[in-house]
Design a protein around this ligand. Structure first.
Ligand code: NAD
Length: 536
């Protein structure tokens, strides 16, 4: 099923302008729009698509995957502007760290209110730049609101511990202090939620933030930056708590290399992490990495198939397969594989594909045509490896929108977990493998370089517990009877192995944004040394 028709780029541009204007701080938004109009008239600008730029692109192209058309051109941050932003964030940190945490929470509380008031505007921009369907775009903004709530509560709960010491007249404790400037580098597919996970928590922890969003979602970033600037003005927080830098990878590299960036929290591909992490490590900086996933679900003979089919279709085809937690591998017991696959193929063929603003659409476009080229190459490799393409992989709306990539989600039955199955292809492809014993299923499950999210579908408690046990799933997220995608903010989010090991969002992920001091206080008149050492 395909949706009726697609909107034109002009109407999308007007929609983006209106949303931006409503989110921006009045004159600032106007200035942005002027920049957009001026830059759009520029001759042959060096855009982020242009690889031959040692200094990075001069211009960032705001583009919509809905048509592939240009929404506007924005000047990219220069090296000098990056330097100035980091310097200002660093200066501001020196003040912000002494503001009591509950007062820092007031800033985040106000941000949460503004995000609530502008939920529709932000969701519009998410759909326009990332191509998400309406309900997923609104859900992403809701996630921002939720993390603000969480962070406000946290602002009164940055607990340290007291520790049982071994010496009389001494107190042993640990204290958590603000860390410094946090660099947030984010990916296109969660253009606002990932920023908010990092920023809401970092701000209550007493850090300041420099954000380099994906070069593919600059307008969404401008809107968030505008709302945070307003929240700062409303609550009397210094404006330098947050700086936005529009730029491509060079800009991210500058942040990675700058010793004033205490933490670089980077979300994106494994390739990006491989490049960035050694640079941060070279100066002994801290990295928080949220990289690619290659998520699997094990389906056992006792699974509730109705629930399982719904969960699989949402996890694998939802967001057009462009979530880091998207389901990419299905490990099904051989007894039910044919039955399950037949149901999935039927469900896939009925998925409405098209304009993500249309309420009936469930699958929107891929981010660009290069993503479809990568998907096509992966499908060809899978077929060479003996895989059978059962449905999908083809492009729709090629006449109406030749520069966009509306692609039917694909299912491929594989004879084995070959190299391509072990690779994250960032699009809607689900590889189906079969197993005989649970040990075999878990071995297959874990035999990939990535370790983000995982699920088991079963009504057998032994199987469920085994999957969650130390010798079960090796992922940062392990679920039972629910898909691999769609995590709540209350838990810590992240994964192992090539996914990078970082944890963000809920639970005690806040600790990554603070530094821990161990304090030993001697309130006695004696000086006993630890471990019974005698000296003087
Ligand atoms: P990407 O790696 O192309 O870009 C991500 C960000 O990193 C962008 O801001 C980009 O400009 C920057 N960047 C890229 N190379 C860099 C370099 N060498 N130095 C510094 N910065 C660099 O990823 P993408 O295509 O935007 O997003 C999709 C990828 O992100 C997928 O692999 C997906 O699994 C992953 N992802 C992971 C999570 C997670 O939480 N684990 C969340 C979302 C996306």
């Amino acid at each position: 099923a395909t949706g009726r028709s697609l909107p034109g780029t002009d109407s999308l541009r007007r929609r983006a302008e209106a949303a931006l204007r409503r989110c921006g701080a009045g004159p600032a938004a106007d200035a942005v729009m002027e920049e957009i109009h001026r830059a759009t008239g520029t001759d042959a600008p060096r855009t982020a698509d242009d690889p031959a730029n040692p200094d990075g692109p001069a211009v960032i192209r705001a583009r919509t995957p809905l048509t592939g058309g240009t929404l506007g051109l924005l000047p990219a941050a220069t090296a000098e502007q990056t330097e100035a932003a980091v310097a200002e964030a660093h200066r501001t940190f020196e003040r912000w760290r002494t503001v009591p945490a509950p007062r820092r929470g007031a800033l985040v509380k106000r941000l949460g209110e503004l995000l609530t008031a502008h939920k529709e505007d932000l969701a519009d921009l998410v759909t326009l730049e990332a191509g998400k369907i309406r309900s997923e775009a609104l859900g992403e903004v809701q996630e921002m609101i939720d993390i603000c709530d969480f962070a406000v509560g946290l602002s009164r709960q940055l607990y340290g511990r007291t520790i049982a010491g071994e010496r009389p007249g001494h107190r042993l404790a640990e204290t958590w202090h603000p860390l410094g400037v946090v660099g947030v580098i984010s990916a296109f597919n969660f253009p606002v939620a990932v920023w908010s996970w990092n920023t809401a928590i970092a701000l209550v922890c007493g850090d300041t933030v420099v954000w380099k969003p994906s070069e593919r979602t600059p307008l969404t970033a401008l809107a968030c930056d505008g709302l945070l600037a307003r929240a700062a003005a409303d609550t009397g927080a210094p404006p330098g708590v947050h700086r936005l830098l529009l730029g491509a990878r060079e800009c991210g590299q500058r942040l990675a290399d700058d010793p004033r960036m205490a933490l670089v929290s980077a979300t994106g591909s494994v390739r990006m992490g491989r490049h960035l992490a050694p640079r941060v490590a070279a100066r002994f900086g801290r990295c928080l990495l949220e990289l690619g996933g290659n998520n699997a679900a094990v389906v056992t003979p006792s699974a509730d198939l109705d629930l399982t089919v719904r969960a699989i279709v949402f996890s694998a085809a939802g967001t057009a397969g462009q979530r880091c937690t998207s389901l990419r591998r299905l490990i099904v017991h051989e007894e039910l594989a044919d039955r399950l696959v037949a149901r999935l193929v039927r469900a896939y063929r009925q998925l409405p594909l098209g304009d993500p603003f249309d309420a009936a659409t469930l699958v929107g476009p891929l981010v660009d045509t290069a993503a479809h080229t990568a998907l096509t190459a992966a499908l060809a490799t899978a077929e060479r490896d003996g895989g059978k393409l059962l449905t999908g992989g083809d492009r729709c709306f090629t006449t109406e929108a030749p520069d966009a990539a509306y692609v039917r989600p694909a299912i491929v039955r594989m004879p084995a977990q070959t190299g391509i199955v072990r690779t994250e292809t960032f699009g809607p492809v689900l590889y189906v493998l079969t197993y005989r014993t649970l040990d075999e299923a878990i071995a297959l499950h874990n035999d990939v370089p990535q370790g983000l999210s995982s699920s088991i579908f079963t009504r057998d408690q032994r199987e469920a517990e085994r999957f969650l046990a130390a010798d079960g799933s090796d992922c940062g997220i392990a679920n039972v009877n629910i898909g691999t995608s769609g995590a709540e903010i209350g838990g810590a989010f992240g994964g192992e192995k090539e996914t990078g090991g970082g944890r963000e969002s809920g639970s005690d992920a806040w600790r990554a944004y603070m530094r821990r001091a161990t304090n030993t206080v001697n309130y006695s008149a004696d000086l006993p040394l630890a471990q019974g050492v005698n000296f003087l």
